[in-house]
Write a protein that binds this ligand. Structure first.
Ligand code: 5GP
Length: 347
């Protein structure tokens, strides 16, 4: 047994220190980034926020709504090839350029992925996602997907430490997805005791990935626009959001009426709800590691996206970053013991 003594930080442990700036207004800030990915050599331009590959977040309708803001959607893996075919027959190019195809790591997943990739040359991203990215099996799977699709931009995860980021980049990932345990409907830390505070995970993994020309997605734990700004400030190239984009008319969750009010069901992809739906039940050898919650219905996702982008733009003006790319360089985090003043309730 060993103990690491340095404290690891979450979003709630820091604030971003303001800096003198020549920017007059947040309208002068651009949140778009251009990347050319290490292995695929493909270029992409857009706002590097990604809707999480959860079936009550990342629907086709969400992709259409978010693409208008140049934001990405990692379409959840439970659509059939037929569903994809129908969607692709009417989707516009902008939407396709802002979608990721999510997949697990079984032989069946690989075959389905091959079918979906074959449907359109405009699909550019693959998101390989397993809860425990430390499995050797993920590295092998990434290598075989890279061999089969040399021109696709591949994201793989989830991990939280630099050693595994490097291994996944070397195996063929352009992007590594970072986050174990911070998610809003995740119970991994409670069920297993395993995890890593998300801001430190982002800072350390970004450093490892960037050293090899790779990129990272900070995945999970953002509860407000300020957290998204902190994730970018910490070095995340992309930030993935589940709960913040759930509960909208495009999210695809089941709508429930309670005492005259509308709620939307939102659950973790390893929750009992998800396993009952897709696997029939929770297998005897495993525990559910996700929650099921009912969120007050939030209406169209457009307003929420504008709110998030407005917040990140404002963070950029506070530190004098004209482009999102400059935010990390201009970020100094201060460690704090307070966040919002809640005397009149929470925002
Ligand atoms: P959020 O933005 O809601 O805080 O986090 C979203 C992320 O939580 C997802 O992208 C995914 O990595 C993670 N997640 C989703 N469902 C589950 C689950 O059932 N269990 C765990 N451990 N993590 C989950």
């Amino acid at each position: 047994m060993r103990i690491e003594q340095d404290i690891k930080l979450g979003f709630q442990d820091v604030l971003i220190r303001p800096k003198r700036s020549t920017l007059k207004s947040r309208s002068q800030v651009s949140l778009e980034r251009n990347f050319t990915f290490k292995h695929s050599k493909k270029a992409w331009e857009g706002v590097p926020i990604v809707a999480a590959n959860m079936d009550s977040v990342a629907s086709f309708a969400m992709a259409e709504a978010l693409a208008k803001h140049k934001v990405l959607t990692a379409i959840h893996k439970h659509y059939s090839v037929k569903d994809w075919e129908v969607f692709l027959s009417q989707a516009d190019k902008l939407t396709l350029q802002h979608m990721m195809i999510s997949t697990g790591t079984s032989k069946k997943d690989f075959d389905k992925l091959t079918d979906i990739v074959g449907l359109s040359p405009d699909l550019q991203f693959i998101c390989i996602d397993i809860a425990n990215g430390y499995s050797e099996h993920l590295v092998d799977f990434v290598a075989s997907v890279r061999a089969r699709f040399p021109e696709m931009t591949i994201s793989a995860g989830n991990v939280v430490t630099g050693d595994m980021v490097e291994e996944l980049v070397l195996a063929g990932s352009d992007i590594v997805k970072v986050g174990i345990g911070p998610g809003s409907v995740c119970t991994t830390r409670v069920k297993t005791g395993v995890g890593y505070p998300q801001l430190s995970a982002i800072i350390e993994c970004a450093d490892a990935a960037h050293g090899l020309g790779g990129r990272i997605i900070g995945d999970g734990g953002c509860t407000c626009a300020g957290d998204v700004a902190k994730a970018f400030g910490g070095g995340a190239d992309f930030v993935m959001l589940g709960g913040m984009l759930a509960g909208h008319s495009e999210s695809g969750g089941e709508v429930i009426e309670k005492e005259g009010k509308k709620y939307v069901k939102f659950y973790g992809m390893s929750s009992k709800s998800a396993m009952d739906k897709y696997a029939g039940s929770v297998a005897a050898y495993r525990a559910a590691e996700g929650k099921t919650v009912h969120l007050p219905y939030k209406g169209k996702v457009d307003n929420t996206v504008q709110d998030i982008l407005g917040g990140v733009r404002s963070a950029c003006t506070y530190v004098g970053a004209k482009h999102l790319k400059e935010l990390t360089k201009r970020t100094t985090f201060i460690r704090v013991q307070e966040q919002e003043n809640n005397v009149y309730g929470k925002e």
